[in-house]
Design a protein around this ligand. Sequence first.
Ligand code: ASP
Ligand code: MG
Length: 418
Amino acid sequence: MKVYKFGGASVRNAAGVRNLRRIIGQERQLFVIVSAMGKTTNALERVFEAFRQGDEARAAEHVGSLRAFHAEIIDDLWHGSVRLDSVERLFGELEGDLATAAYRPEEAELWYDRIVAYGELLSTTIISEYLNRSGLRNRWIDMRRCLRTGQRHKDAEVDLEASRPLLRAAVAEADADIFVAQGFIGGAPDGTIATLGREGSDYSAAVAANLLDAESMSVWKDVDGVLNADPKIFPDAVQIAELNYLDTIELAYSGAQIIHPRTIKPLQNKNIPLYVRPFGDKRKPGTVIRGMSAPVEVPILILKRDQVLLTVRPRDFSFVLEEKFATIFSLLERFRIKTNLIHNSAVNLSLCVDDSWHIDEAVDALRGNKFDVMKIADMELLTIRGYNDELLARHASGEAVFIRQITQSTARVVRKRR
Ligand code: ASP
Ligand code: MG
């Protein structure tokens, strides 16, 4: 079996779906993971925001745009004005969910997952039906039933052992050799839907590759391969031909948009190579990620946006690392604040963390626990692996820089958003 993953950009319109079919070509024994079409997940996040604020009219408006967006793709693929019952049913269920009176703010993550999951349910339903109709017989796989996650919403991890028999059974039972399955979603132990974090479809594909002992995984993207920096931010970016698992994990963790950070482990565990390939041209080699590749030689720049800098100090002047470390981190964990960089002095702990809905609650809780807290918003975290003087001068100096951490191989800079 091979695993192919198609991201939202690759299936953002009917031409993209036809291209997906062309890329599948004569391949069989293929497990295809698909993300939500285009910017559907962002649109569903807006639906959720409106729902959370009790703004039914605005939620309905966003759902209306999503209907129109998907209908246009279907009409184009089917060459006419067509309604697919399966798609209508999904929109009906979404509207049913939004009409509920059961929402409670403590369950924000639970409802978020339930709502945003429709993106992948819609895309795979449309694509599976389209492939069947165009002669590629395939089986639609319901990942809510086949990937068992931990009991944590919005950023769930897959339980590989619990999922293995489920996914293998679904594949074995099916009378097909092409499978179409949702990225990004799974089922929590209590039966609710859990999502794997934004951009989580890569991770889904890696998990499927692990569970099915795939010979390879390919991610079809709107770039030629992995670059050493985001060309939208750093114009002189270059492509990297080969990467090893370790470098890739470091890159993804620092915020490189190449691949979801959790993707590598399930592949590494079974030594499965990962190809990052351009969906626009099947003949181009792309980038291959595998165990034994040499470390990369060009500097790599990764910018993580939407950061907040928290500086925490115990009011009684105790030494922060010796006495207060555990308290601070367990509070942050309680509010699911993700820390990306830590810097300390005797009595101060500075933390560069992801901005989140719960940040002010976390700050209040710290203050309630006898800490002074200073919060600075609109920050970004730049990581430069293989830095040099010129790069440091260009990106890591000036007034906007609050923290610089430099090791032998890597420079990390917390700075005000540019
Ligand atoms: N559709 C989800 C997202 O946009 C998952 C993914 O694309 O990987 O984040
Ligand atoms: Mg995506």
